[in-house]
Design a protein around this ligand. Structure first.
Ligand code: MG
Length: 204
């Protein structure tokens, strides 16, 4: 099974008077993340991880930051685009893992809800989505939220692919039969299905 991995990272600055969107959730917090879109660092990092897994570019190449169409946009739109690119490349997600780095709010109490939301957006089971969080200890970046994300993806095997694989196996089996018949006729060894005709003691 062909698997590939993708990595994504993003950061946005906290700003008063902006609603906080994180992991696809609206959170009650005095500050939100400033950005051209809704500033959801987690969904942006995940979008880049998925695009990266199939080498399909990055979020900025699909959604230029200056484009008025994406002003205050719901970042689920970006994630959907990445999922379409993945599907187009015949891959599906095995699992995603993320680490948020921010001073506040505390993610622990809402991590389960956030995992469920992200799993929903990605059409995955909750066990395929991991959300972890750390404080920016020693970084002097309490005014910033960052997120790292990785995604493992695997190639989707279509029923048609399975059919052609079984056709190859069948033709290999037929070829082996022909070789066995040929060797048996050359060396006069009576063919017994399942017994090797390559046994030197038998044919010399
Ligand atoms: Mg961003």
């Amino acid at each position: 099974m062909e698997t590939r991995i993708g990595f994504g990272w993003d950061s946005h600055v906290f700003k008063a008077g902006v609603p906080l969107r994180l992991g696809g959730l609206s959170l009650d917090h005095p500050e939100g993340l400033a950005g051209h879109s809704d500033g959801d660092v987690l969904l942006h990092a995940l979008t880049d991880a998925l695009l990266g897994a199939v080498a399909a570019g990055d979020i900025g190449s699909f959604f230029p930051p200056g484009d008025p169409r994406w002003k205050d946009a719901d970042s689920a739109i970006f994630l959907n685009l990445a999922m379409e690119e993945l599907e187009h490349a015949d891959f599906r997600i095995v699992n995603v893992d993320t680490t948020l780095i921010l001073a506040a709010p505390k993610i622990g109490p809402i991590a389960g809800q956030m995992r469920a939301r992200v799993a929903d957006l990605l059409n995955l089971g909750i066990d395929q989505v991991s959300i972890k969080a750390k404080t920016p200890e020693g970084l002097n970046l309490d005014h910033v939220a960052q997120c790292h994300a990785v995604a493992l993806v695997e190639r989707v095997i279509e029923p048609d692919d399975l059919k052609s694989m079984s056709d190859v196996i069948e033709s290999q089996r037929q070829l082996e039969d022909v070789v066995e018949d040929l060797l048996a006729s050359v060396h006069g060894v009576p063919k017994k299905r399942g017994e090797s005709v390559y046994d030197t003691e038998d044919i010399t």
